[in-house]
Design a protein around this ligand. Structure first.
Ligand code: ADE
Ligand code: ZN
Length: 370
């Protein structure tokens, strides 16, 4: 196929001719405990005497996680994590999961990835939170060496607990070893971000970086608090920002002041299509606001959230978005540029990835097919 043809193809036509796995992709929103390989969950359960798994067949276990995640609400979606966290309670298990994460990223064509987790959920076997973080970092360093995928680690606090300041201090303590930021995760409804204001102030005083799950299972108030109380630099999901946008009869948009602020300030939106369907953040994928946001200049990027629970990969999310929103190759490049510009990696690293990996990679793909 000629270069010119690739440039004009969109949607399903592009999917038909392009190997999406080979597209250089950037992933900013994935949970370490949401992306464990089913076979690894089973092996770790055996090694560590964890008896709670519903089955020891990898295919059945994957299907079990996926079934459980499709109940249409966030609290039930999150139930499966008890098992992945249950088997990630030793240094070796944490290192292995982190290492395999980067191996999976390589397979999926991801060139830079930020992965997040809540260390507090991995202390039941007696590890301290510092040991937990140290083990994950060791696995990521080893994975980078073997697979060449760059990464950053984000420490999550949990909205329903009162330990967020401790999590923030932990994140700051490990910033020179690969921790790049701080997040607030877990059930959103009933747990407003501003309850964790002390943690966010600690991060801000340390000149550190913040992303917050907001606008997934709750609406505009949550997004507004994340930005204006807690100082979020990025938003996880932000699906409900759609509630602040009206489409007039002539097709033009009327933005509310929050949506206008997010657009004007170039606030990155870490959108996760399949996960949003599974948690009920969107009713169906064709009505997902990703397309509306992207086509109107919002800084959106594509993400997986929880590869195991949502049975997804970056390749699948990219194919899905391309088909649903009729994207072109140039738009896919722009989406990944949005992601790398929004990454918490240092500026020099981002510039390097932009020029040497994303721009060069998409140019090569266009050239390869001449
Ligand atoms: N933890 C893992 N996945 C999550 C999600 N989609 N929302 C909030 N917390 C999470
Ligand atoms: Zn998430």
């Amino acid at each position: 196929m000629k270069e010119a043809d690739l440039k004009v193809l969109t949607g399903k036509d592009l999917v038909a001719v392009l190997d999406f796995r080979k597209l250089p992709k950037v992933l900013l929103h994935e949970h370490l405990d949401g992306g464990v390989r089913p076979s690894t969950v089973i092996e770790l359960a055996r090694e560590n005497g964890y008896g709670g798994l519903p089955t020891e067949d990898a295919g059945e276990l994957a299907a079990w996680f996926h079934r459980g995640a499709q109940k249409g609400n966030l609290p039930e979606y999150l139930e499966g994590f008890q098992h992945t966290c249950g088997v990630m309670q030793t240094k070796e298990a944490l290192q292995r999961v982190a290492y395999e994460f980067l191996e999976d990223m390589k397979q999926d064509g991801v060139v830079y990835s930020e992965v997040r987790f809540a260390p507090l959920l991995h202390t039941e076997g007696g590890l301290t939170q510092d040991e937990v973080v140290n083990s994950v970092l060791a696995g990521l360093r080893h994975g980078e060496k073997d697979f060449g995928v760059k990464w950053g680690l984000i420490i999550c606090a949990l909205r329903h607990l009162d330990s967020s300041l401790e999590a923030a201090e932990l994140a700051i303590r490990w910033r020179d070893a690969g921790v790049v930021g701080f997040d607030l995760a877990g059930g959103e409804s009933g747990f407003p971000p501003k309850k964790h204001i002390d943690a966010f102030h600690a991060i801000q005083r340390a000149n550190f970086q913040i992303t917050i799950h907001a606008g997934e299972a709750f609406g505009l108030e949550s997004i507004w608090q994340a930005l204006q109380y807690c100082g979020a630099h990025r938003l996880g999901h932000a699906t409900r920002l759609r509630d602040d946008i009206q489409i007039r009869e002539d097709g033009s948009l009327k933005l509310g002041i929050l949506a206008q602020y997010v657009l004007d300030r170039r606030i990155p939106l870490e959108m996760c299509l399949y996960s949003n369907l599974h948690t009920g953040a969107c009713k169906n994928l064709t009505e997902h606001p990703f397309g509306l946001f992207f086509r109107n200049g919002f800084r959106v990027c594509l993400n997986t959230d929880d590869r195991l629970m949502s049975d997804t990969t970056m390749t699948k999310e990219t194919v899905l978005a391309t088909e649903l929103f009729d994207l072109s190759l140039a738009e896919l490049e722009r989406l990944n540029m949005n992601a790398v510009k929004s990454a918490f990696a240092p500026f020099d690293t981002r510039v390097d990835i932009i020029y040497n990996t994303i721009k060069a990679g998409y140019a090569a793909i266009r050239g390869e097919r001449e």
